[in-house]
Unconditional design. Structure first.
Length: 131
């Protein structure tokens, strides 16, 4: 299963960089998290409503990441998010961070649907359709 990518813009700020002026490695995880949140919101899924009315939340289960090149202060980046697989309670996504046409970071992220008690639960049909 592959979906067209969702595109999310990111600008690198001073606070994102290390002493060398390069984006600190952990900030790429923040960028891709923001992109996933925007993607879900753009599909019309309100995660607060999902939590409050159905008792369901999403949690990252696994991240496999590759750092391919540095981003620097004031770089205009783009995060692309695509669905790779949807099985039961899990959603697997491919995410990449680009500077122009150059891919500088890639990740495969597995997210699980959980109850508020932390137990895995099958994604509701309406969410499976949206995703």
């Amino acid at each position: 299963m592959t979906s067209p990518p969702h595109v999310f813009p990111v600008t690198v700020y001073y606070e994102d960089t290390d002493m060398g002026g390069i984006v600190y490695h952990a900030n790429y995880l923040k960028y891709i998290e923001r992109a996933r949140s925007a993607w879900v919101r753009d599909m019309g899924i309100d995660q607060n409503v999902l939590r409050d009315t159905e008792g369901l939340i999403f949690a990252v289960r696994r991240v496999e990441a590759d750092y391919l090149g540095p981003a620097r202060l004031d770089d205009a980046l783009t995060v692309e998010t695509s669905t790779l697989a949807l099985t039961g309670a899990r959603l697997v996504m491919a995410q990449k961070v680009l500077r122009g046409a150059d891919v500088i970071f890639t990740a495969q992220v597995t997210v699980a649907c959980l109850t508020l008690a932390g137990r895995p639960v099958k994604l509701p049909a309406r969410l499976r359709t949206a995703l």
